[in-house]
Ligand binder design. Structure first.
Ligand code: GTQ
Length: 349
């Protein structure tokens, strides 16, 4: 409340609040300014994790608990501003998942939407609705809502990837449903990466034909590093956008929109020796450094970046990126949800 209130009036008001509290009634005027803030006030803070540091703890967990026991052996990247909430931003979750050689993370499905961004290892798989995506470093793999998925590693090396899910968003709506099957590993129904050839090259099977097996609204779920990196490399010779560098969003080929209903994902190339101008947006975003070194200036903070670092930028906090060498970033955010809810804003400074 911004207007001054005399002491005796304040006392009477406090008595009123105390009297009505047992009836589950509270006064709006005490909280209105915080509830309806003129600009976003995220409880999340900017934060930075180094992959090697997190991976060390993850490998220790690998010695202590199996993937099958844990169901998902994951260390959550928890925002220090959101303690105990298993969240990296108010709406999104991030975790580092480890699958050791010979292990499986058993099949399940849930209403939460997920993406995987591969950090280490090569050749383990995620099966989505009977189709395996064979994962290589910096591939993006999706598990859309309510699609069966299991993970397995038949290689001789550990496999680690970043899980990005909308767990806090689904919790917010109290809309979590989940199921398990008796079969921990799904039967392969089609060739590995079948949907890449069916839907991943600006083509699609004829509508209604047998080959059109994936859900019409979300046919593709694997976006290989080799493909997105080539597109960024081709752009690299041209003039970068002053605020985002060369930036490409992963799209759902069914509608050209974001890859998931709640989550948008993108990659960026900031050419060596350049810096992006400060920009802020209402979507808190989680970034992975794929290649290069430089500095991320997030609000008042400056974070030195090196490959496989993670950093989170809270809503409405300015970000500028300074590339010492060609800086390649992957990021995901709740922009998809915000755009659907007509909330999204950005400001280029
Ligand atoms: O792989 O299905 O990090 O269900 C959190 C919840 C991963 C998964 C997570 C999950 C998964």
């Amino acid at each position: 409340m911004s207007i001054l209130i005399p002491n005796d009036q304040r006392e009477q008001l406090e008595q009123l609040y105390k009297a009505m509290a047992p009836e589950s009634l509270t006064p709006l005027w005490e909280v209105l300014a915080a509830l309806v803030s003129p600009t976003p006030t995220s409880p999340a803070v900017a934060h930075h994790w180094r992959y090697a540091d997190a991976a060390r703890y993850l490998m220790r967990a690998g010695d202590l608990i199996s993937a099958e026991q844990a169901e998902r052996r994951v260390l959550i990247l928890e925002n220090p501003g959101l303690p105990g909430q298993s969240a990296i931003t108010p709406s999104l979750y991030a975790g580092l998942q480890l699958i050791l050689p010979g292990e499986v993370a058993p099949a399940h499905r849930h209403t939460q939407s997920a993406l995987r961004f591969v950090m280490e290892g090569e050749g383990a798989y995620t099966t989505v609705d009977g189709e395996r995506a064979v994962m290589r470093p910096f591939d993006l793999v999706l598990t859309p809502s309510w699609q069966w998925h299991d993970h397995g590693n038949e290689t001789s090396r550990p496999m680690v990837w970043l899980d990005g899910l909308d767990i806090p968003t689904v919790r917010h709506f109290a809309a979590s449903f989940a199921e398990k099957t008796d079969e921990p590993v799904q039967t392969r129904l089609v060739a590995d990466d079948d949907s890449l050839s069916r839907y991943g090259r600006n083509l699609r099977p004829l509508r209604g034909s047998l080959a059109d097996r994936r859900p019409a609204n979300r046919p593709l779920f694997h976006y290989p590093f080799a493909e997105w990196r080539r597109s960024l490399a081709d752009l690299g010779a041209g003039t970068p956008d002053p605020h985002v560098g060369h930036a490409l969003e992963f799209i759902n080929p069914a509608d050209g929109g974001p890859v998931l209903p709640t989550i948008a994902a993108q990659v960026q190339l900031i050419p060596a020796g350049t810096a992006t101008r400060p920009r802020r947006s209402s979507d808190g975003a989680i970034h992975v450094v794929v290649e290069g070194t430089g500095t991320a200036r997030i609000g008042e903070r400056a974070i030195a970046l090196s490959p496989r670092d993670f950093f989170v930028v809270p809503s409405w906090t300015t970000l500028s990126l300074d590339a010492a060498s060609d800086l390649v970033l992957f990021s995901y955010s709740d922009r998809a949800a915000q755009q659907r809810l007509e909330l999204y804003r950005e400001e280029r400074l």
